[in-house]
Structures are given as structure tokens and as C-alpha cells.
Write a protein that binds this ligand. Structure first.
Ligand code: ATP
Length: 247
């Protein structure tokens, strides 16, 4: 309905002192689009995520989410609007069960701060089980999070990110450190998520990126170099150069 754009950067810039980490970023991601952000180390990918999520404020330009200007919106307000971000370093509580990690994410509290009524906890756990099924982790629901493999931990992080009413997933290097089999499983999990969910992914594994996303933007030194469909970008010499440079 209405505006087809989920997330939009208009003329966004970010400086850290004399360093321009991002300059004149214009990028519109459509609702339901799966978009890859690629580029060498220091290109500005994480900075762009930080600005979208409200962890950093831009030095110039505007960010819009579902038609609303995000100026002045705190990170938790953006979460309430449906924005979810996963991090390279996990924020899973290792001594809790897999199910309770998702349940806590669903109720938005940490165990140290509050205790939950039995009915609320039961409801949150049942929601958690639904989400765990969506990320193919239902068999591990009762296990402690610390018992999960690296790949299962990523699946759990995604289940946590899906609590509430997610509209946009910002995934920070979801495939990093995973085995070939774990990547394959994660790819299936991501591919099977609700088609209406918008996804932006920072990822260094080109094959993984191209198999999950439909459009790709290449950043270099804080600027957009090129963008296009996955097929176009897979053939683009500047994209190849970034990845060959990493070998
Ligand atoms: P990587 O692939 O290594 O994660 P990236 O594309 O995510 O890289 P950013 O982390 O966004 O790149 O960094 C962009 C530039 O901004 C880099 O030159 C980095 O050193 C600089 N930078 C990032 N955060 C800060 C900060 N808090 N203070 C100063 N400089 C920063």
C-alpha cells in the first residue's frame, strides 16, 4: 500500500573528524526487496547500518523508513517501527535455553531487569516455538544456547530478530565463519522467510550474497560505485575486483 520504498537514504554523509566514512549516499530499497551491501573493508557498510538503526547519526542527508523521516528517532523507536538488526558478535544469552532467548526477545526485556508473569511467559514461549520452526531450529528449543553450533547460533539470532512485527532485517555478515553446510542451511532459512519482509545484508561471501539477494550495491571509500541486479553485479568487473582483492 502507498509508498513502495521500505528504506531510503537521501544524500547521506557521515564524517568521523576529517574522515568521510560516507558521502552522498542515495539508495532506495523497495518493500520486500532483498538487498546486498558489498565492498572492501572500510567501505562504509557498517556505518550505513549504524545510521539506519540509529546507533550513529548522519552528518548530512536523510534516512526514511516506511515513508517516515527517521530524524530524532531513537534505536528502540526504530525497533518498534519494525526495524531489526543482527550483529557480527552475537547477543545471545548462552546460559538460557534456545526457546527462552527468543521468548525474551519477544517480550523485550532482559532477565536481570524484570520477572515475567506465568501467562506472559507461556505466551512468549509459544511464539518462540513458532519462530524457531521458521528458522529450522525447533528440535533445539529446549537446549541451552551455548550448546548450539555456530550455524545454529545464526539461525537463533534470526529467530530473535523476527519477534514482534519485523518489517526490515539488517543482517551483518550472516554467513561469516560458517561451514559450507551451515551456509547452505542459512540460505534456505533466509529464502523461506516471509516474502514481504525487506532484507539488507552486509556480506563478504559473494556466492552466498548473490544466492540470497536480488539487488546489490557496491560501496567503496564511502561512496556508491555501482548497483544492479545480482546477475548484473556478478558480471561487473569492479565487483569482481573487490572479491578477488580479498583472496
Ligand atoms: P568492514 O568490512 O571492515 O566491516 P565497513 O565497510 O563496514 O568495513 P565501516 O566500518 O563502516 O566499513 O568504516 C568506514 C570507515 O569509517 C573506515 O575508514 C573506518 O575506519 C571509519 N570508522 C568507522 N567507525 C568509526 C569511528 N567510530 N570513529 C572513527 N572512524 C570510524
Amino acid at each position: 500500500q502507498g509508498d513502495p520504498v521500505a528504506l531510503e537514504f537521501r544524500g547521506v554523509g557521515k564524517s568521523f573528524g576529517a574522515l568521510a566514512a560516507l558521502e552522498a549516499i542515495d539508495l532506495a530499497i523497495q518493500k520486500g526487496e532483498r538487498h546486498g551491501l558489498i565492498g572492501a573493508n572500510g567501505a562504509g557498510k557498517t556505518t550505513l547500518f549504524g545510521i539506519a538503526a540509529g546507533a550513529l547519526s548522519q552528518s548530512a542527508g536523510e534516512v526514511r523508513f516506511l515513508g517516515q523521516d527517521l530524524a530524532g528517532k531513537r534505536p528502540f523507536e526504530r525497533v518498534r517501527m519494525g526495524m531489526r538488526r543482527t550483529f557480527q558478535s552475537s547477543n545471545i544469552v548462552h546460559e538460557l535455553s534456545v526457546r527462552d532467548n527468543v521468548a525474551l526477545s519477544a517480550v523485550g526485556i532482559t532477565p536481570a531487569r524484570h520477572s515475567l508473569g506465568t501467562a506472559a511467559l507461556k505466551k512468549a514461549r509459544s511464539q518462540a516455538d513458532d519462530l524457531l520452526a521458521r528458522v529450522q531450529l525447533e528440535a533445539r528449543a529446549g537446549d541451552l544456547a551455548r550448546e548450539l553450533s555456530h550455524g545454529e547460533m545464526r539461525q537463533l539470532e534470526i529467530a530473535c530478530a523476527l519477534t514482534g512485527t519485523p518489517r526490515l532485517l539488517l543482517l551483518d555478515e550472516p554467513a561469516a565463519g560458517l561451514s559450507v553446510a551451515e551456509r547452505k542451511r542459512l540460505r534456505t532459512v533466509l529464502a523461506e522467510l516471509d516474502a514481504g519482509l525487506t532484507m539488507v545484508m552486509i556480506e563478504h561471501d559473494m556466492e552466498f550474497t548473490m544466492s540470497v539477494v536480488s539487488r546489490v550495491t557496491l560501496l567503496h571509500n564511502g561512496r556508491i560505485v555501482t548497483q544492479g541486479t545480482s546477475e548484473e553485479m556478478a558480471r561487473d568487473p569492479s565487483v569482481r575486483a573487490v572479491y578477488l582483492g580479498r583472496q
